[in-house]
Design a protein around this ligand. Structure first.
Ligand code: HEC
Ligand code: HEC
Ligand code: HEC
Ligand code: HEC
Length: 414
């Protein structure tokens, strides 16, 4: 009886039909000796006995419950749920607070003078509890996911299509296409209209109500559309234009595809707009010192030819990757954090059912390096603000699976 109690606490995760579970059980069984004896062993909390868990409860009652509760479910903003969290991970984090690797006033003071033995036991205690219910199950209405930036850009650009064409491909002579620009150029152009540096009353009023965030989204949306030439007539002589364009190639590219984000591509642009832009630089109504000098010697006919040459070139998509959706991100996170954030790796935390405010906070901490982790530093750098909010909401809604204590086969037979 005593023996079975002692051996009862090899921990495995019973996530139904997950191949990694088998791995974890196998790994746990392969290492019990080292895990039980080595005092610095990261997995020691995984093998705690029932007596150690009971000791851990006493430690918790003395030092932790005022913030984490006796059930490990937090009711306080910024304080994480720790019930049902992976035991080795809990122990690892407690040591990180103790040594100052993970700096946090609330925690550092509490664990500073605790023995490693106490940390192992209190980790095992909280790990043995039922995990939090996700916010969706508690009846609270989950926050609606924020649309991804490209989708948000599409919505914000609805009113632009009347002049600039569907997908930013102009059908109206004189109206520029907005497709195939680097987002940096488009954002700068919008800001220049809004701030009055680029004088155009109509565009200034159109963009009056468009905020910086929406400008970024709109520019991204257009950059991701399939490029095509403007669908308007071309009147000049493209061959003559090609010869004249030699002096433009250094900045705008041989065929009007610019390699520099702040220099606009000209390939496929609406012809009448191109000619008008050159004229505007020449007469100073559009102020740009570089372009003014370059077009000073061009007459109207040359401008038309240059416009015809560029308008008939094939536009190309700028070098911008489509940002991942929340579902696509979550797939990447799940590779380490387990299916729907139910980690089966003893050293990787479960995210399922965790408080959204806490998840957001620590993702920012990884980004600023206030919290150090090589894996998470790389991951968090790639996340936009909206991704952090959406991923935090996503994991807070997932059903958390309990850690289950099973008797290892080898011990049973003894
Ligand atoms: C004064 C309030 C307070 C007390 C007491 C306290 N904690 Fe915490 N705990 C916090 C806060 C706040 C955080 C989040 C800190 C952060 O963002 O790094 C935290 C984080 C943690 C984490 C990290 C969880 C994770 O998912 O990474 C663990 C583990 C933890 N506490 C365990 C304990 C244990 C065990 C005790 C008792 C020995 C304890 N805490 C006592 C407030 C407290
Ligand atoms: C009523 C017609 C109209 C609407 C609606 C309109 N635009 Fe424009 N837009 C123009 C015209 C005309 C120009 C050329 C102005 C100039 O010569 O500087 C222009 C120029 C631009 C340019 C500069 C392109 C370049 O090649 O430098 C950008 C960027 C732009 N518009 C964005 C937008 C966005 C974003 C919207 C929707 C929020 C929008 N526009 C709505 C007419 C319009
Ligand atoms: C030294 C680099 C450089 C050279 C050479 C150059 N350009 Fe430009 N061009 C620019 C930059 C930068 C802008 C954006 C200026 C602004 O913000 O108004 C621009 C803008 C333009 C535009 C406006 C595009 C739009 O979408 O509004 C046209 C048209 C243009 N250039 C045509 C030409 C032609 C034709 C030549 C050759 C005769 C030429 N450029 C040579 C740098 C250059
Ligand atoms: C390569 C493996 C890996 C990937 C991929 C990964 N993580 Fe992590 N994550 C970890 C490890 C390991 C930790 C523990 C690091 C530590 O000790 O601070 C962690 C910690 C975290 C924490 C802290 C949890 C807590 O309780 O304090 C959050 C939140 C988190 N990851 C979110 C994510 C999200 C969101 C993604 C996807 C965008 C992601 N992770 C992708 C390995 C990974």
């Amino acid at each position: 009886m005593k023996r079975s109690l002692r051996s009862l606490f090899l921990i495995a995760f019973t996530l139904v039909a997950s191949a990694t579970d088998v791995n974890f059980v196998a790994r746990a069984q392969a290492q019990p000796a080292g895990a039980k004896s080595g005092k610095s062993d990261d997995l020691r909390a995984v093998y705690a006995t029932s007596l150690e868990v009971a000791d851990g409860k006493r430690v918790a009652e003395a030092s932790c419950v005022r913030c984490h509760g006796v059930d490990g479910i937090s009711t306080t903003k910024g304080v994480p749920h720790i019930a049902g969290q992976r035991p080795a991970y809990l122990h690892l984090e407690l040591r990180a607070y103790q040594t100052g690797v993970r700096g946090e006033k609330a925690m550092d003071g509490v664990v500073k003078y605790m023995s490693d033995d106490a940390l192992v036991k209190v980790a095992a205690y909280y790990a043995s509890l039922d995990p939090p219910q996700p916010i969706a199950a508690s009846g609270a209405k989950p926050a609606p996911a924020k649309p991804d930036p490209a989708q948000a850009g599409k919505a914000a650009a609805t009113g632009c299509a009347g002049c600039h064409g569907e997908g930013g491909i102009s059908k109206t002579p004189g109206m520029p296409s907005l497709v195939s620009f680097d987002p940096k150029y488009l954002v700068a152009a919008m800001k220049a209209y809004k701030g009055g540096q680029r004088k155009h009353d109509m565009m200034k009023s159109v963009l009056g109500a468009v905020g910086d965030g929406d400008m970024d989204n709109i520019a991204l949306y257009y950059a991701l559309q399939k490029p095509a030439r403007a669908q308007t007539p071309v009147t000049g002589n493209p061959a003559a234009g090609k010869a004249a364009a030699a002096s433009c190639a250094g900045c705008h590219g041989n065929v009007g595809v610019s390699g520099n984000p702040v220099t606009p591509s000209l390939a496929g642009q609406e012809a009448q707009y191109l000619a008008a832009a050159m004229k505007a630089y020449k007469d100073g109504s559009r102020s740009d010192e570089t372009m003014k000098g370059l077009v000073a010697s061009l007459d109207d006919g040359k401008m038309k030819d240059l416009a015809a040459f560029y308008a008939t070139q094939q536009p190309q998509a700028p070098n911008v990757r489509k940002p991942l959706t929340t579902a696509e991100w979550a797939q990447r996170c799940d590779r380490c954090h387990g299916i729907n954030g139910n980690s089966t790796d003893p050293l990787a935390p479960a995210l399922a059912g965790q408080r959204a405010d806490y998840l957001e906070k620590v993702l920012h901490d990884y980004r600023t390096r206030a919290r150090k982790s090589p894996q998470m530093a790389a991951m968090s750098d790639a996340l936009a603000e909206v991704d952090i909010e959406n991923l935090a909401a996503h994991y807070a809604r997932q059903k958390a699976r309990a850690v289950v204590f099973v008797i290892p086969q080898a011990d049973k037979e003894k």
